[in-house]
Design a protein. Sequence first.
Length: 203
Amino acid sequence: MEIENKNALLIVVSAPSGAGKSTLCNRLIKKFQGMTYSISCTTRLPRGEEKNHENYHFLSREEFSEHVRNGDFLEHAEVHGNFYGTLKQTVEEALAAEHDIIMDIDVQGAGQIRKACAELPPEDAVRKGFVDIFIAPPSMEELRRRLDGRSTDTAEVIEKRLHNAAEEMRCRNLYRHQVINDDLEEALKKLVRVIEKERRIRL
C-alpha cells in the first residue's frame, strides 16, 4: 500500500557498497506515493537507452561549468573524468510538487549537501526538507560475506570496497539517522518510521 505524502522531504541516503542501499531505496519509492529519485546532471554521454531529463540531465562541460560558477549545484563532483551534480532547482521543483526526492549519494556528496543546506535561509524549502540517513551493515564481517556472495568482483576489488566502507563508516555519526540493514524487511520498516517521523516534525 502506498503512503500518501503530506510534507515533502529531501532524503539523502548513503551507505557502503553491499549494505543494501539501492534495494532499500527502490522499496521506499514503491511504498510512498510520489517519492522519486533525484535526476542528476552529468557531462558524460548517454548510455544505451538513457534519455535526457529522465535518467540524467546531459550537459556539455561548458554548461556544467556555468552552473558551477553560478552556484546552482547542491553538490557536484568529478568521477572517472566526467562531472556529476545535483541542481538545487531540481530539488525545489520536486518539493513544490509535494514529492519526496531521494538522493542516493556517497558520504562526500552528502557532506556537500549538508553544508549547502546549513547555509540556506531557515525558511528555504530545501533546508526544511533535508534529512540524511546512513545505512550500515551489521558488521564488516557480514559486509565481506555479502560482497563475496555477489561473485561479481575480484578479490582485489572486494578489498578496495571494504577499505572504502571502513572510511565511510567513520562518517556515519554525521547523519541524523542510522539504519542497520541486518534484515531487509526490518530495515525497510525502520526507514518508513524515520520518514513518517520527519514528516510529523514538519507539521
